[in-house]
Ligand binder design. Structure first.
Ligand code: GLC
Length: 801
């Protein structure tokens, strides 16, 4: 038996599950950018339109038992009354064989019972807004077979918090009925308590063929005190043809199927939306008729499947590597960039454990987009423009916003939010070679947090951010913590308004460095000089106050006492200020090496680096228990920065050891699926540290900043193919055992084939580059400048040494 309940099939970019009862739902996201869904290995999941907060099409029960339900369910009722599903849920009768798989934008479930095979493929249509459920039935018996097939999903009242709070009143606004002209269930929701009634969609559930019966009433479908596991209407073999005007809606369709011996039957179902039903019901219905006709056309569901695959091929094709490390290669080529798309789309908002109400975190999305800047710079730019519009005139930014939910942003000033915009702007410019977008006029947000004011260039927005940091320095010249910095739990050290943060000082320097490069490119000498001065000033403050003997402090508290010192009772050493000293290019090399060695000695658990250690008693740590998250936990995102720092220091062996030990599949190999719990292919936000009995357990998977930063760390710092303003830098830090590796990379319209040779088995450093038929000796790293890119597609060989 396979040691793991899953197997990767790398050629197909797939994970195949052979065990259903994982410790938590392992989900896959399906999306066309407008209509979204996630689905688990057992068929549990949820569908939403634009926003999971106010556009919930179907329900998913968070926290409650049975976990991971409801979902996208197909029931097959055999003539003897046995009922089973291609997905492991919801039926109690299990098939003889069962398998599930997640891949790029689709999930596939195959099961067989008594000679009947059923395969359900779920994916989002690209050209219209519908989740396609493609069911293929194959009769493997040597005789004909009849069965009844039912597709079922539970519908939602769109606005999640309204539904939780007031659904018992609002459900009388539910209108769900079968439309005999369209042969589909149509659902709309008329409550005035919608964020924007104009956006309320008409939801439809139809099939490629006319159904034999239907049901729109969840409670009738299930029967009193029953649930999706044993619905009475399926037991009856026919649906009740019930419409629903007020109550708990569902959409269920039934087809009686006759299969000749060894015959096949394909039924496609479409769960889709047409916006604007409350504005113009007729127009929404007409559009729905068109959409259904489109989807029902011969071969269309297959074409939509191909389009989904093509989207992913193109997206993943921007960067593909061949390296002598299977699990790292799989992460870099497929699963990490897939997860980066998840966080780019959903920030920290929605997963099987995140309830979908968090909106867009300013700093979070600015970081998530770093992994799109090199694959989809247009996406990154759009987000950057939006984020800039959420910055106030004094230069600070709101902390959380809800672009599609009509909710006012949350504005409690952090010391770091605005700074992340600079890195995103730089990453876009470095990828595209274009800095014109910095001239784009974007309004600030007024103090009322509603009104756009004083449109000014994006460049000016970035400069206001610099001013804000400069205007909020503490007594030692380091930035004030304010409500908190990147670490949400730093706040208590600075509640009296005096605490200072070393991390933000380092971030400020790094931002000033990137701004200096941008200013030079813009020919703005005044700004260049200003930035250089500010950098020197900030470095001087760091040099004066940050060193603690074996590592750098995390900051100074309100009483000017050191945070993260050998003298501290708890939390003596914090990882971020060690790695960011290196990333920001500040500090003396010997001290930086010493600091990163202290990290290795004191924070490396073998399953990941702790964010700090030892953990504080909960009452001193915002009530976070020791060993969890920001208090002595393995904070995965912070590990990424340590990986980048080690790579920049040229210690490839150590950088890769840190990288590898956090790959979920690697963790599972060491501690097992039931201890780790999270998906084997998606990073989690944190893992519990050794101060917790459940050491190693993943907390909050999928929606985490780890996705983008691991992506950036691996592609740009470990393999070292890094976009810069001047061109594509090749600066690998690799394990000394590697002989060579290759990368295919699309960059500024050019397709590059890069081969890095490592004849003397070193960890870092490049001595020669063969490009355009010429061999050049280089020092330390190689740069592919615009000049070379103009040759067209390029073959580049780089020799380490
Ligand atoms: C969470 C938050 C993020 C914060 C981090 C560290 O991931 O979403 O904004 O920076 O925790 O506290």
């Amino acid at each position: 038996m396979n040691k793991f309940p899953y197997q990767f099939q790398d050629a197909d970019r797939k994970i195949v599950f052979t065990r259903h009862d994982l410790p938590q739902p392992w989900i896959n996201y399906l999306s066309n950018g407008r209509l979204h869904a996630f689905v688990s290995q057992t068929g549990g999941g949820m569908c939403w339109y634009h926003t999971p907060m106010n556009g919930r099409i179907t329900r998913y029960r968070f926290y409650h038992l049975p976990i991971d339900s409801p979902g996208f369910y197909v029931y097959i009722r055999m003539q003897d009354g046995t009922v089973w599903s291609p997905t492991f849920r919801p039926c109690e009768k299990k098939p003889d064989h069962w398998e599930a798989a997640h891949s790029t934008g689709y999930s596939e479930f195959t099961a067989e019972k008594d000679g009947l095979q059923a395969r359900l493929t779920l994916y989002m249509a690209s050209d219209c807004d519908a989740l396609i459920w493609n069911v293929m039935l194959t009769n493997r018996r040597g005789e004909k077979l009849e069965c009844d097939v039912f597709a079922y999903t539970e519908l939602s009242q769109l606005a999640f918090t309204n539904e939780v709070n007031l659904g018992y009143y609002l459900k009388w606004n539910v209108n769900c009925q079968y439309n005999a002209d369209l042969n589909a269930v149509l659902y709309f929701y008329t409550s005035w308590m919608q964020v924007d009634p104009n956006h309320v969609p008409l939801v439809f559930f139809g099939a490629t063929e006319k159904p034999d019966s239907f049901c729109c009433d969840r409670d009738k479908f299930c029967g009193n005190y029953r649930d999706e596991r044993n619905p009475v209407e399926i037991e009856n073999g026919k649906l009740s043809n019930a419409n629903l005007f007020g109550g708990e809606p569902c959409a269920a369709l039934h087809h009686h199927v006759k299969l000749p011996a060894n015959g096949e039957k394909n039924i496609g179902y479409f769960l889709g939306v047409t916006p604007g039903v409350l504005l113009d019901a007729r127009a929404a219905e007409t559009k729905t008729i068109e959409t259904l006709a489109f989807l029902r056309a011969e071969g269309e569901i297959e074409r939509q499947f191909e389009k989904n695959l093509a989207w992913w091929d193109e997206h993943l094709g921007v960067y593909q590597c061949k390296i002598p490390d299977e699990s790292a290669m799989r992460q870099i080529n497929t699963w990490n960039p897939m997860q980066s798309v998840v966080t780019a789309r959903y920030s920290r908002s929605i997963s099987s454990s995140a309830s979908g109400i968090r909106g867009v975190g300013f700093r979070d999305s600015a970081q998530d987009m770093l992994a799109q800047a090199y694959r989809k710079p247009e996406w990154a730019k759009e987000m950057l423009f939006y984020l800039a519009s959420q910055q106030l005139e004094d230069g600070h930014a709101v902390h959380t916003c809800w672009p599609e939910d009509g909710r006012l942003p949350q504005d409690i000033t952090r010391s770091d939010d605005h700074i992340w915009m600079v890195y995103l702007a730089y990453a876009i410019a470095a990828e595209t070679g274009d800095t014109d977008f910095l001239n784009q006029a974007i309004p600030f947000l007024d103090k009322d947090l509603k009104t756009p004011v004083s449109p000014t260039s994006l460049w000016e927005h970035l400069l206001r951010g610099v001013d804000f940091t400069e205007n909020h320095l503490g007594a030692h010249g380091l930035p004030l913590i304010l409500f908190s910095d990147w670490n949400d739990h730093m706040g208590p050290f600075g509640r009296k308004g005096k605490g200072e943060t070393v991390f933000v000082a380092q971030q400020h320097i790094y931002a000033l460095k990137q701004l200096t490069e941008l200013a030079e490119q813009r020919g703005d000498t005044e700004a260049t000089e200003k930035f250089l001065k500010l950098m020197q000033k900030q470095e001087a403050a760091l040099n004066a106050y940050a060193w603690d003997g074996d590592w750098y402090l995390r900051g100074l508290d309100d009483e000017a006492q050191p945070i993260g010192s050998v003298e501290s009772e708890y939390a003596k050493l914090w990882v971020n200020t060690q790695s960011w000293m290196v990333i920001s290019g500040s500090g003396k090399k010997e001290k930086n090496l010493r600091a990163m060695d202290s990290v290795k000695e004191k924070l490396d658990t073998g399953l990941g680096l702790l964010i700090n250690a030892p953990g504080l008693p909960a009452e001193k740590a915002n009530n976070l228990p020791a060993g969890y998250s920001e208090n002595g936990g393995i904070f995965c995102q912070a590990n990424c920065w340590a990986i980048i720092a080690e790579a920049l220091l040229g210690r490839g062996d150590r950088a890769w050891a840190y990288y590898k030990q956090l790959i979920p599949h690697e963790v599972i190999q060491r501690i097992g699926v039931d201890a780790y719990k999270g998906e084997a292919y998606a990073y989690s936000s944190t893992m519990l540290g050794p101060e917790n009995e459940q050491f190693g357990q993943a907390c909050v998977s999928q929606v985490t900043g780890t996705a983008a930063w691991m992506d950036v760390a691996a592609t740009q710092y470990l393999l070292g193919i890094r976009p810069t303003l001047k061109g594509l830098l090749i600066d690998p830090s690799i394990p000394s055992t590697w002989d060579y590796f290759t990368v295919r990379r699309e960059y500024r319209g050019c397709k590059l084939k890069i081969r890095v040779e490592n004849p003397s088995h070193i960890q870092h450093g490049v001595k020669a580059m063969l490009i355009g038929g010429e061999l050049h000796s280089v020092k330390g790293n190689a740069l592919i400048t615009e000049n070379y890119l103009s040759y067209g597609d390029l073959q580049v060989t780089v020799i380490m040494g």
